[in-house]
Design a protein around this ligand. Sequence first.
Ligand code: GTP
Ligand code: MG
Length: 193
Amino acid sequence: MIIKNSEFIKSAASKRDYPETGLLEIAFAGRSNVGKSSLINKLVNRKSLARVSATPGKTATINFFDVDKFCLVDLPGYGYAKVSQKEKDRWGKLMEDYFAAGRIDLGVLIVDYRHPPTNNDITMARWFIDSGCPFVVVANKLDKLKKSEIAPNLQTIREDLELPEDCAVIPFSAEKGNGRDELVKMVLSAVKE
Ligand code: GTP
Ligand code: MG
């Protein structure tokens, strides 16, 4: 896919701030530091459309980007332990409202390819399965794996998340670009259905 335009629309700290775009909405969810923002940048071939940081918790609000026919949504990551209870509550409310809003046309659940899914990853996958919201899983940071880990880790992700057979898991590296074309293809075919 050749992406002609990509631009930041706005940042939402509560449901009052959601933009009315009329675009197909694709939401990127996953634990803090897994590479959601990096993956969005790789997808649109921009270095820093979405802000990236080596410190977890970089994305603290919901960020909306207009990319041709799509609205890409960079969500704050879950599961970062070193934040206050107040911040965790704020995050919980922000995410609950967003997922309840019924805006998502396709979810992209990003997990760390190096490790088994966390309980939060499992909860997130369950939400997609139970809600019937279409989603794909991306196993990111492929560049950090040994060859011998590639197949078994993929199997663990699939089993632990209890994914239906028709749910794709895409090996990805937001660093190197592996998986980009496959994800673009999946996005396009998922939203066409
Ligand atoms: P939050 O906004 O805190 O939820 O994090 P995030 O999921 O948006 O992660 P972000 O894109 O900010 O990336 C976190 C760190 O992981 C950065 O240092 C990235 O450079 C690094 N990173 C992301 N994807 C990859 C990848 O595929 N391979 C490697 N080696 N590093 C990656
Ligand atoms: Mg981020």
